[in-house]
Design a binder for this molecule. Structure first.
Ligand code: AMP
Length: 112
């Protein structure tokens, strides 16, 4: 499958990693939209939040734990935002589930 985040997960394409374990990878976004902009992905290919089921949701719970821990490591004690874009109307450009973690400044209240 021609999926850029699968290639990042299996090391075919390099990334600026901040965290990795058996099922999850986190790396800096190539086009940061805040002083801290990290992407957290499951290593297994799941296209988007629309494809989460009882069978694969454990990795999403794990990603939540990883994000909480990473936020501390990245100095985001004052707060941060987590976004996952899904599908056409959600403006998802990479069709592999990913969570944007944004912070390092006071973000605007506008979300859409
Ligand atoms: P989305 O629009 O929610 O699908 O977000 C995709 C994100 O992936 C964007 O913020 C891109 O800047 C980011 N991105 C695309 N290619 C790479 C890459 N090779 N390394 C890191 N981030 C990437």
């Amino acid at each position: 499958m021609d999926c850029i985040f699968c290639k990042i997960a299996n090391g075919e394409i390099p990334s600026n990693k901040v965290y990795e374990d058996e099922t999850v990878l986190a790396f800096h976004d190539i086009t940061p939209q805040a002083p801290v902009h990290v992407l957290v992905i499951p290593k297994q290919h799941i296209s988007s939040m629309a494809d989460i089921t009882a069978e694969n949701s454990a990795v999403v719970a794990h990603i939540s734990e990883v994000i909480a821990s990473l936020a501390k490591e990245l100095g985001l004690e004052n707060g941060f935002r987590v976004i996952t874009n899904s599908g056409e109307d959600g403006a998802q450009s990479v069709k592999h589930l990913h969570f944007h973690v944004l912070g390092g400044k006071k973000l605007t209240e506008k979300m859409a």
